[in-house]
Write a protein that binds this ligand. Structure first.
Ligand code: F6P
Length: 360
């Protein structure tokens, strides 16, 4: 009997419990294997905090948001931040984690996470651990998979918010700015912006010009459209300018947290056009709630496929959606870069053809 460790790292998103359930149920039903849930991502591996997941533990969690195992986006076993006399120092706990893996009698480790979690997973694989990666994130920025679960649910939440904001924009003749997460990639802003009929969509891949945005707002006003909806990615920035950093989390391996571009835009647009602006930052709301049907299905397919990879001892791989098929690619390739919106993406062209401004 194999003993499979499972951990969830990085920011939570809808569909993580669905994938834990899929891994555990497939492993238990098809092979009679044992599933060990490691708590709070790699922190649990450092601190040897784990528990056995029975069939009952993973039953009834398909629709639940968050992760039943807990997560951490501040842990990096290869450079773990520690506060010593008010100073933050980084320590390598990787050997300790490998010892804990052995002490837990694990035969393999399934790492469910975004690019940060998967990068660490790859480092452990390089050090000899049998690892399988499963990509998740609302940002949809993991290389090598067409989609990550969590993304579709976040797009739905953002679209619903934009729909609701439309009515206030129309009634009050305002410019309503909706800021969405997504880090350095514009997938969430682009897809929810198109789905919600945003008039102006700003993404990090296309640095904007404020003059162009204001010209579009004024032009719409002239045509009798006395409101505008701007959907802006947290990583969007002006041409020649920088992304707006909301906070620096010093003890995080990826310390920058973006946010605040919406407020800067509002000030600029209001000053330049004289039209009242309001900002709504959707923030962590986008990571919450029950996964969409699409994400439940994707997570289920990813989980089942991950167990197939374990059965075939095909370690060092990440499951991936390619077209309509579930395949895998090497973790090495998956962590080689992040997946941004390509400038020739058909949805960008479609948005432009429909008269949406991309701020250029
Ligand atoms: O990667 C997911 C994500 O929600 C990003 O979109 C966002 O930039 C970041 O995490 C926020 O992180 P935190 O939960 O630490 O604020």
């Amino acid at each position: 009997m194999e003993r499979i460790g499972v951990l969830t790292g990085g920011g939570d998103c809808p569909g993580i419990n669905a994938v834990i359930r899929a891994v555990a149920k497939t492993a238990i039903n098809d092979y009679g294997w044992e599933i060990i849930g490691i708590e709070d991502g790699y922190l649990g591996l450092i601190e040897k905090r784990f528990r056995r997941l029975t069939y009952d533990d993973v039953s009834g969690i398909l629709t639940l948001g968050g992760t039943i195992l807990g997560t951490s986006n501040k842990t990096n076993p290869f450079a773990q931040p520690m506060k010593i006399k008010k100073r933050i120092v980084f320590r390598d706990f990787s050997k300790h984690c490998i010892e804990n893996f052995k002490k837990m009698h694990l035969d393999c480790l399934v790492c469910i996470g975004g690019d940060g979690t998967l990068r660490i997973a790859y480092k452990f694989f390089e050090k000899g651990l049998p690892i399988i990666g499963i990509p998740k994130t609302i940002d949809n920025d993991v290389w090598g998979t067409d989609l990550t679960f969590g993304f579709d649910s976040a797009v739905l939440t953002a679209t619903e918010a934009i729909d609701k904001i439309h009515t206030t924009a129309q009634s009050h003749h305002r410019v309503m700015i909706v800021e969405v997460m997504g880090r350095y990639a514009g997938w969430l802003a682009l897809c929810s912006g198109v789905a919600g009929g945003g008039d102006i969509i700003l993404i990090p891949e296309i640095p904007f010009e404020i003059e162009k945005i204001c010209a579009r707002v004024k032009e719409r006003n002239k045509k009798g459209k006395r409101f505008s909806i701007v959907v802006v990615a947290e990583g969007a920035h002006p041409r020649g300018g920088r992304m707006v950093v909301q906070r620096v989390v010093k003890d995080s391996p990826d310390p920058l947290r973006l946010g605040g571009i919406g407020n800067l835009l509002a000030e600029e647009i209001e000053n330049r056009t004289g039209i009242e602006c309001r900002v709504t930052v959707l923030g962590h709301l986008l990571r919450g709630g029950s996964p969409s049907a699409f994400d439940r299905i994707l997570a289920t397919r990813f989980g089942e496929y991950a167990v197939k990879l374990i059965k075939e001892k095909d370690f060092g791989e990440m499951v991936a959606l390619q077209g309509r098929e579930i395949n895998s690619i090497s973790l090495k390739e998956a962590v080689s870069q992040i997946k941004k919106v390509p400038l020739n993406h058909q949805l960008l062209k479609a948005a432009l053809s429909l008269g949406t401004s991309l701020g250029i």
